[in-house]
Design a protein around this ligand. Structure first.
Ligand code: ADP
Length: 550
């Protein structure tokens, strides 16, 4: 716990708590007629505005009250990006309960584990996920009822899910008269579990204060730069670290919101971008791959798309160049994690960079950016000694700030902080201007003869080759060097390339000894629940791989 000094003279300002309900109230009052457009799980397009969203959120809050949901109780969701999910965000947290967004791409057993661990009382879900609910409902010990987010005519009648309620019935039956309660801004507001690539998933429990501060900070011009003139389409799911805070920062600024629902393929996304004149979007690199492939294959251009934030894993420079130069879309490379709500850094240029040649500007933008005010970071060696910010010394990255976790839910994993700093598990450099560059996750780094090789650089080089669609690099056993890099490549459809061409492609681009020892072409890379490449799966799959020894 931080120790404060007590001042004899306190400021004389209102002690208005920073509560999530104030965001939707603000959006209703000042941007009431601004639109929220959703592609629904039912397949059609739904439109309404912030005023209507607030009205229905209050109806849902009344329904939750009748269901005896109390302050601090957990309420789960298993849903796509859509207006009903947004209403649930505000109704649950606004009432003082805790919104627990579940990732439907997790294994059903893992979902049941998380629901039980969180002790969710109710679970709201989109109709797409009925089969998952049918499979897990019997194992969810604390759930008192399930609410299907659809109209009455879509409700199943087979009674397979006991106590199943209809969302639209709850909305219809309840009054829109609801006064958002006031409580301590440090109260828990929402709960997200990390994907648990190592061990069981752990919960990051956000507060109202941390969420509101994160929303302010993430909307700033050198973060995501969201304004009332934007039309924002969050591709990043509302079940992946609250869609990086966009369900809060977008209503806060009054921007138009467009939700893609379950249709995340290139064609559906492109059509929605054009139809709604989207200006800003956000997502992990793998979704942009799908969209950009579709756009290139069909020789299309975006007519309104101006800016995108890419994060969650490293944005390959080749992808950034295509977006910037071929489509005129500005790319903000951001870094963060579930434990950071998630935003830590964002990459934008400063005045001194504007006169630089294009290549050097691109080099600045390829880094993960600078800390957003509120977040502080440092790199340390294994003994905890702080390392210099010279852009080349790499070390373990530690962070702190008001939207960084201090411990996990139910104190899972015990004390996680090191002298008040959160260890991110990432390895990074920081340059003299404070720009962060992630070298790797510490568990993915390749340890070759006692030296470290960062896999992100190796993948970025491969991704710049015209024949490569996707690339991942892993360390595999080597009798002399312990580990050496093996490059796994998914080729672009209909394009041929030889191993040797790819290995040659590294010449002059990286230190010679970093060059992958071998290349394996594969059909697809295994992706995790948040669209990231599962390196642990690849390591397992290629455990016995024999590298050429010559
Ligand atoms: P998990 O994948 O464990 O659920 P998160 O989704 O919170 O966790 O991912 C956090 C991790 O993702 C970071 O610690 C980092 O390794 C990686 N990451 C996020 N953004 C970037 C980025 N822009 N570049 C490289 N790595 C990133």
């Amino acid at each position: 716990m931080l120790q404060y000094q007590k001042s004899p003279l306190m400021g004389q300002m209102m002690g208005q708590p920073l509560l999530i309900s104030s965001i939707i109230q603000h959006a209703d009052r000042y941007f009431g007629s601004n639109e929220i457009v959703s592609r629904r799980a039912e397949g059609d397009i739904h439109r309404y505005n912030y005023r209507e969203c607030h009205r229905r959120s209050k109806k849902l809050a009344n329904a939750l009250k009748k269901l005896n949901i109390k302050i601090g109780d957990r309420v789960g969701t298993l849903a796509w990006n859509g207006y009903r999910h947004l209403e649930t965000y505000y109704a649950v947290s606004g009432s003082g309960a805790v919104l627990h967004t579940l990732n439907p791409r997790l294994h059903p057993e893992q979902l049941a584990y998380i629901i039980n661990h969180a002790e969710d009382q109710y679970l709201l879900f989109d109709l797409t996920f009925l089969p998952i609910i049918e499979a897990i409902s019997a194992h969810c010990k604390t759930i008192k009822g399930f609410i299907m987010m659809c109209d009455r005519d879509r409700m199943p009648t087979d009674g397979k899910v006991p106590g199943l309620m209809c969302y639209e019935d709850l909305i219809a039956e309840n009054s829109e008269e609801f006064e958002w309660p006031l409580f301590d801004e440090n109260s828990a507001s929402s709960l997200c579990y990390t994907s648990g690539t190592t061990g069981n998933p752990k919960g990051a429990l956000y507060s109202h204060r941390s969420t509101v501060l994160h929303s302010y900070a993430s909307a700033m011009p050198d973060s995501l730069n969201v304004s009332a003139r934007d039309c924002v389409l969050p591709v990043v799911p509302m079940f992946h670290v609250n869609a990086w805070g966009l369900p809060y920062s977008v209503p806060m600024t009054g921007a138009k919101m467009v939700f893609p629902g379950p249709a995340l393929d290139g064609k559906s996304l492109f059509e929605l971008f054009e139809q709604e004149q989207v200006t800003f979007s956000a997502g992990v690199p793998t979704v942009w791959l799908g969209l950009l492939t579709y756009v290139a294959q069909n020789n299309l251009k975006f007519s309104s798309f101006k800016r995108t934030v890419i994060g969650g894993s490293a944005c390959p420079p080749a992808m950034m160049k295509t977006l910037r130069h071929t489509y005129g879309v500005e790319v903000v490379h951001a870094w963060g994690m579930t434990e950071m709500s998630p935003l830590g850094t964002a990459g934008t240029l400063q005045t001194k960079h504007l006169s630089l040649p294009e290549e050097q500007k691109q080099a600045v933008l390829e880094k993960q950016g600078h800390a957003i005010y509120g977040v502080d970071m440092k790199i340390v060696d294994d003994a905890g000694k702080e390392l210099p910010w010279d852009g080349s010394t790499y070390g373990n990255l530690l962070v702190k700030g008001p939207w960084v976790v201090s411990s996990y839910f139910k104190n899972e994993g015990g004390d996680v902080l090191q002298d008040g700093w959160f260890p991110t598990g990432d390895v990074a450099t920081i340059d003299a201007d404070g720009y962060l560059q992630i070298t790797d996750r510490s568990k993915d780094v390749i340890k070759s003869g006692g030296e470290w090789i960062g896999t992100i650089d190796l993948e970025n080089v491969a991704m710049a080759h015209p024949a490569v669609l996707q690339a991942a690099c892993i360390g595999v056993f080597h009798p002399k060097w312990d580990e050496r890099p093996l490059l796994l490549v998914v080729k672009k459809p209909g394009v041929e390339v030889e191993k040797q061409d790819l290995i040659k492609f590294y010449e002059g681009k990286i230190a010679k000894w970093w060059t992958p020892d071998d290349v394996v072409f594969i059909e697809a890379l295994p992706l995790g629940a948040t669209g990231k490449i599962l390196k642990n799966k690849l390591r397992e799959q290629f455990k016995e791989y024999k590298l050429p020894t010559a």
